[in-house]
Design a protein around this ligand. Sequence first.
Ligand SMILES: [Zn+2]
Length: 89
Amino acid sequence: MAERSSGRRFFRKKKYCKLCSGEIKEKDITYKNVDILKNFITERGKISSRTRSGLCAKHQRLVTGEIKRARMIALLPFKVEYYRSSRKS
Ligand SMILES: [Zn+2]
């Protein structure tokens, strides 16, 4: 199979990758930037599928990785079932 060495593929469809288009900066995709990561998770806190987020494979992987990292340090919930009932002031 002949594979293009460029590694970049552009599909001209209605859906476009927000990162490739420059709508969101690649450097803004970090685990710290929860506000941006939130665009890529569902209301239930699940990571949006590629069809839903409209990201290309490369950026989907980037976003997924950062969301997972954010979850690890508890910036984003694994599930949204939790709520802060145990808060004492
Ligand atoms: Zn992209």
